[in-house]
Design a protein around this ligand. Structure first.
Ligand SMILES: Cc1cc2nc3c(=O)[nH]c(=O)nc-3n(C[C@H](O)[C@H](O)[C@H](O)COP(=O)(O)OP(=O)(O)OC[C@H]3O[C@@H](n4cnc5c(N)ncnc54)[C@H](O)[C@@H]3O)c2cc1C
Length: 490
């Protein structure tokens, strides 16, 4: 499940279904048009602003002299990498998409395999996907879709799919996207990117095809789309060495039957914790679901109404030497078989030197608009923001960067980018946002999307989009167990 749409408030009108025609790869840059119903329908050519570069001469990495037709390395062929390739093609660039696995789709490629250390703390042989067997999306497919490529039969899906589809449907949709936009020739499957190094002009990208020696190639630009739902984040828990049971991160959760008749503690109040604790409660003896947000949200500590063996708790404070799990109110849990961390994931860029970007308490910095490093304007990161509706946001970020590279709109100087970043940081600091939440957009995502759209000459998000996101959010909060099978506005 997506951690949440981040849209709050009341839906004001019944959103129309998106209708779209598919624009093939390499088509002229386009803008969204309207139908008779006023909904966003299809793509029309737009007039782009004249190129205007104002990078300060202090930049160690000035843009390539050739603006269109740039050779661009894309790291990763998940949803972000695929839509980035499409937008680069549309803007006249030449993308090469490196994908370490044998197929496209990223997290949507389910595997029954798990990490060699299921706790996620000392992993040597890692699996990439964090999807479990029964997972269905927690966003309706009309929001999941790239805005101009719906999930129904006119785009990359099937009309009989449920509105909250199974993960296998999302994978099929992405495979169809790849086919329909002619991205396949750009793919280098089973090619892992090992290192990306800046040159006087452009980038040197070292990659290794499975079973082969590493190869180095030159590119004008690089887009990093390596995902951030693969490296488990495991918070410290005092006395965990006294716990003798299984410690597992949700990254390695696949099926509830593995926990039949066991007592399971699930720690994490976000979407994964909510869905997995309910699923496990269908066959476990007892499930103790822990998280400060559960208590802060006003939910009574104790059994849930719908599942008497699913109990809510505050955050635990640690284990005692007897292996009992302790809570701040003095209560304790005994005879625990499994401790499952549903505590999220971390960003990682093992192929990039720390002087390009660094990850500080899960904040990737320095980045202008969570997208480009000011000193390296030919390097972009697509998909960093979270608590968002991901696919449409990826598409807008990708379109923005493809046009940024092509010089299709006016770029700020490096100094102006630094100033914008300083202002943004000051706003986050004064709002007391924790650093690890700096990439959380939530109710700021419409503003973020529309700002990128305005800068690169695209229309804002259609009204139906936020309305439907609000309805979906409300439905999920009202009935977390059954919302996927209940009707939404159409
Ligand atoms: C359990 C779970 C449920 C989710 N549910 C939803 C949902 O309901 N709706 C929704 O919209 N989103 C959901 N998401 C979020 C989902 O991750 C995003 O929607 C999106 O698919 C992420 O795409 P991505 O391309 O950024 O990353 P990924 O899908 O992670 O793809 C990254 C790709 O990069 C490749 N890669 C990484 N490093 C390298 C390297 N060095 N060299 C070459 N290739 C590399 C990987 O192999 C992978 O294919 C969910 C996530 C999880 C974990």
């Amino acid at each position: 499940m997506n951690p949440g749409t981040g849209f709050a408030g009341r839906a004001k009108q019944r959103p129309p279904q998106p209708r779209a025609s598919v624009s093939p790869a390499g088509q002229t840059p386009t803008t969204l048009g309207s139908t008779a119903t006023g909904s966003v329908l299809y793509l029309l050519p737009i007039k782009l602003a004249a190129p205007e570069f104002a990078l300060s001469s202090s930049s160690p990495h000035p843009p390539s002299a050739t603006l269109s037709g740039q050779h661009v390395a894309v790291v990763g062929a998940g949803a972000a990498g695929l839509v980035t390739a499409r937008e680069l093609l549309r803007a006249g660039h030449q993308p090469t998409v490196f994908e370490q696995s044998a197929s496209v789709g990223g997290v949507w490629v389910y595997t029954p395999n798990v990490d060699d250390d299921q706790s996620g703390r000392a992993v040597e042989r890692a699996v990439f996907s964090s999807i479990y067997a029964t997972l269905r999306t927690n966003l309706p497919s009309d929001l999941m879709a790239f805005l101009d490529y719906p999930f129904d039969s006119r785009g990359g899906g099937q009309d009989h799919w449920p509105r909250f589809p199974h993960h296998s449907c999302v994978l099929t949709y992405l495979q169809n996207f790849c086919r329909d936009f002619d991205i396949t020739p750009c793919l280098r499957l089973e090619h892992q990117v090992l290192a990306i190094e800046p040159q006087v002009s452009g980038w040197q990208v070292s990659s290794r095809q499975q079973g082969q020696a590493p190869v180095t190639q030159h590119f004008d630009a690089v887009v990093v789309c390596n995902g951030h739902y693969s490296k488990p984040r495991v918070p410290a828990l005092a006395g965990i060495e006294h716990f003798q049971g299984l410690v597992i991160h949700s990254h390695n959760y696949r099926k509830p039957t593995a926990f039949a008749d066991q007592t399971v503690v699930v720690w994490g109040a976000a979407a994964s914790g909510a869905d997995i604790s309910r699923e496990i409660a269908s066959c476990a003896r007892q499930v103790h679901w822990c998280g400060a947000a559960l208590v802060a949200a006003g939910a009574a500590v104790g059994p849930t109404a719908t599942r008497p063996n699913l109990h809510r708790h505050d955050d635990p404070v640690g284990f005692n030497p007897q292996g009992e799990l302790l809570f701040a109110d003095g209560s304790r849990l005994t005879d625990i078989d499994v401790l499952m961390f549903c505590t999220g994931y971390g960003y990682q860029f093992p192929f990039l030197a720390a002087d390009i970007v660094q990850v500080t308490d899960n904040w990737v910095n320095p980045l202008y608009q969570d997208l480009v490093a000011p000193a390296y304007p030919s390097l972009a990161f697509i998909g960093l923001p979270y608590l968002v509706v991901p696919f449409p946001l990826f598409a807008m970020q990708a379109r923005w960067f493809a046009r940024w590279l092509a010089g299709s709109f006016s770029r700020p100087s490096e100094t102006a980018m630094q100033q914008a970043m300083a202002d943004h940081l000051a706003a986050l600091t004064s709002a007391r946002v924790k650093m690890r939440n700096y990439h959380k957009l939530a109710d700021k995502q419409t503003h973020y999307y529309n700002q990128l759209a305005r800068q690169c000459g695209e229309p804002p998000l259609p009204n139906w989009f936020a309305d439907l996101a609000q309805s979906a959010q409300q439905a999920r909060l009202a009935d977390p167990e059954h919302f996927r099978d209940q009707p939404l506005p159409s």
